[in-house]
Write a new protein. Structure first.
Lengths: 140, 140
DNA sequence: TCTTAAATTAGAATCGTTCTTATTTAGGAT
DNA sequence: ATCCTAAATAAGAACGATTCTAATTTAAGA
């Protein structure tokens, strides 16, 4: 992705632009397959071997905290990261994840929830996770 | 809970009944607050100090594999266990979890999904997670 | 009661993640 | 352009929840 665009994403989250953050967000945007922290570390370090592991964890946390990226958990508790936060859902089969776009379902649930009052709770977001089996070979 | 009932639950999952499994499932059914593995270990070991930590992890895995118990992940990747698998949803605020019962939403989504075909995917189950903030003091 | 696969024990080992301290740096101020 | 300072990063040690290993015990069917 265009470096300028990535810079802007980071800036508009109110964060300093550093080469490390650029590298991480770039890698995350390049790979649409919900990489784990480990996978990201490998990808990032291929281009920038000097970037420290701890830094990448730090950056991921920062991105999550500032809403640039979201965490997805698989059924075996593996953390995967997702830089595309556009009202899609996740399909899980063990540790495999795929995206599932269904605007109709999204709007339906959103509308329903907007009319529901949950005592002592301020709803901010919701997530739908579909569990099952991928028929074809595993997708990574 | 009645020991006989717990025994039957374990038996009907096709598992051998052992004192350790009874203790774990009992503890899980006693505490409706989605304990973590650590919390469960403390609870179980209070009554049965001789039960090994590894055994409890084993038992929890076995229960999950046999559908007696389900894992819930909090936003910080803490695993919590839930022995009540009755079409309820989870409300998350950081590492806190509460149940949320809404039959109408459950049926609505279920019905919708039954009419949706996802390529290469065999749907088995779904989950809805609501994220936000608890207004009152944290609940554990 | 016997038999055997399955379950449990105890604690060592693992390894993804966090922490610590020193160093460097981004970006606003001068 | 240079300076300043809080924030970010480096390096690797430390941590700790979970898994693993090998020996021992046990549930439950024969």
């Amino acid at each position: 992705m265009d470096t300028e665009k990535i810079k802007n994403k980071i800036k508009s989250a109110g964060l300093k632009v550093t080469p490390q953050r650029l590298a991480v967000l770039d890698a995350l945007l390049e790979s649409r397959n919900h990489p784990t922290a480990e996978m990201l570390i490998k990808i990032v370090q291929k281009k920038h071997p000097y970037i420290a592991v701890g830094t990448i964890y730090n950056i991921l946390d920062t991105f999550v905290k500032h809403g640039l990226v979201e965490k997805v958990f698989t059924e075996n508790n593996v953390i995967r990261y997702d830089a595309f936060m556009d009202g899609h859902f996740h399909i899980l089969d063990g540790d495999e994840i795929k995206d599932f776009y269904d605007e109709k379902l999204f709007r339906m649930v959103k509308k329903y929830l907007s009319g529901v009052n949950i005592p002592d709770f301020q709803l901010e977001d919701f997530e739908i996770i579909l569990k099952g089996k991928f028929n074809s070979g595993k997708v990574n």
